[in-house]
Design a protein around this ligand. Structure first.
Ligand code: SF4
Length: 85
């Protein structure tokens, strides 16, 4: 995917999680296609996740709170450009 195609996704003013100061790329996705990259949103504290309760993580733990996980081209109204850091 080219940079031009990438820019067409996200919010109406170019908001994208992967351009947001609160987003942390999942290190497993560093080499993934732009549209397949996921990361954690750190805008708010970790939240309970019903879907994750009882599921095994690779390290064998059982999480019941998680940072929200989003794709790089997702966005929300709390978007803040990385340049604001
Ligand atoms: S969900 Fe909103 S606040 Fe969180 S990383 Fe994406 S744009 Fe930023």
């Amino acid at each position: 995917m080219s940079e031009g195609e990438e820019a067409e996704r996200g919010g109406p003013a170019g908001e994208r999680c992967d351009r947001c100061r609160y987003w942390v790329l999942d290190p497993r996705d560093v080499n993934a296609d732009v549209l397949d990259r996921q990361g954690e949103c750190h805008r708010h504290a970790p939240v309970p996740s019903v879907a994750a309760v009882g599921e095994d993580l690779p390290d064998g733990s059982y999480p019941n709170v998680l940072w929200p996980f989003t794709f790089g081209d997702d966005w929300c109204g709390d978007f803040a450009p990385r340049g604001d850091l």
